[in-house]
Design a protein. Sequence first.
Length: 153
Amino acid sequence: MGYSASTIHRDFALSFVPSSNDATERILFDIDVNSNVCSVTKLFANIAAKSTIPDEDGVLFMLGSIFRIKNIVQQKDGICLIQMCLCSDNDHDLKPLFMHLQYDGNNSVNDFVQFGMHLREDAYYDEAERSYQRALEDLNDDSSSSNLINLAV
């Protein structure tokens, strides 16, 4: 299971972002997390007490977490600020999308297989193969045949 790392401190996050040039743009994601509405199927965790990096105050988000973009602001300091919130699986506006992404024909959920299928559709074959290989590591023998079919395609 993979995670995306973040911090609650703007300056600490920006220390990891190189200066912008003609080919890149500096982007900062400002994520609002309401723990009362988030489902337990998309985990996030404050890891400040376990971190080996002083003053990081890190938060991990499980890969597959869904965020809703609330606003995009180009700031005067050249940073593009994307304000968003963590969504729950029960978000009524997004529920049809969640159901579409999670249904694989056998009523089973596998984020890596779905991600691999999307990568394959967009002709990112090497990345799709890595996603399918990662899915195979997590699955039992009964469900791995459908993933081998996806890998063979």
